[in-house]
Design a protein around this ligand. Sequence first.
Ligand code: SAH
Ligand code: SF4
Length: 389
Amino acid sequence: MNNPLDLDEAERARIQAKTARFAPPPAADADGRRDLVGLSRDELRAVLIEAGEAAFRAKQVWHWIYYQGATDFARMSSIAKPSQSRLAERFVIGRPAVATVQTSSDETRKWLFRFRDGQEAETVYIPDKYEDRGAVCISSQVGCTLSCRFCHTGTQPLVRNLGVAEIVGQFMAARDAYGEWPSPKGETPRLLSTVVLMGMGEPLYNYDNVARAMAIVMDPEGIGLSRRRITLSTSGVVPMMDRCGAELGVNLAVSLHAVRDALRDEIVPLNRKYPLRELIAACRRYPSASNARRITFEYVMLKGINDSEAEARELIRLIAGIPAKVNLIPFNPWPGSPYETSTRAAIDRFAKIVNDAGFSSPVRAPRGRDILAACGQLRTASRRGAPAA
Ligand code: SAH
Ligand code: SF4
């Protein structure tokens, strides 16, 4: 008889096969020079050796790319000039192109990045209101296969997955814009010190590329973010949650938004596949639920839809015993959106019930709404088969 883990394995394979046809294009420029960004350390070593370089070159190049933020081989002063030129003939150190950049009245900044094939995705930098630091909100896909009813990205069909270089590249390009290289050693503060995978797309439907990108971001000889500084948000792809916990161990945020299957089926349609019982069980299994860290449940506040006191009480029954916090997100409207934001009084009542039960329940202040950079407002003009370039 199959045990549940075997079934999960089969399901994971199915998810990956399904997403393979949305693969990103090869990471090379128009002249066929290969992009070194996005390769793992082992892959980097292999391509450099194949190009006739000594094995130690990989360590130097890695340092220049991910610690110093170099995009030009001529800057790599620890590498002899002839080697620099040889590398420049065959390789590039890519960044996504900035199509547009907008800064909100609250200092939130949004980039529209254009990738080599002309497809576009958005990235947002959200500075902390009180301290000199902030979070970079990264996209994992162009569009999304899941059509959550309250989400602007969900109105854009999936165009394709983003590749490893494109995912890491969003963070690196954001750092370029703030002049935040070299990466900090030890605890040197940096403005761009946190990554949240909360941009466009469902990161667990592009798991391999996301995982490889996060491994690069966490590498201690490069950007060096700790897993505690990375949060992956999922709408609840249950079989991939276990894998994410075991392999990456980053913080997990779960887009809950409803406490009964009937409503969640409607507003987060993935619930029809992985209903609340399975989702909550996967949260209980997630590693950060068993140590000092907590799972974050995200709950968008939709007026008259999911914001009653009875639902708040049901929520605390549902997540009882999970070390968790509940982020209440006032609904961010977008052109044509079918919902309204809950009243402040309803949000406060909801928050109090959750808080009184022992769960921290911050209300997320909307950031960057004036430039459509807030949660759930991202969307690009990219269409499948029709690059926006
Ligand atoms: N696909 C992932 C991550 C991206 S969305 C996920 O769904 O978790 C990041 C968060 O914004 C999610 O919790 C999402 O449900 C929420 N969100 C989407 N649309 C929103 C909107 N219009 N207003 C407020 N939050 C929204
Ligand atoms: Fe996709 Fe997340 Fe938006 Fe749902 S909320 S449509 S999963 S990006």
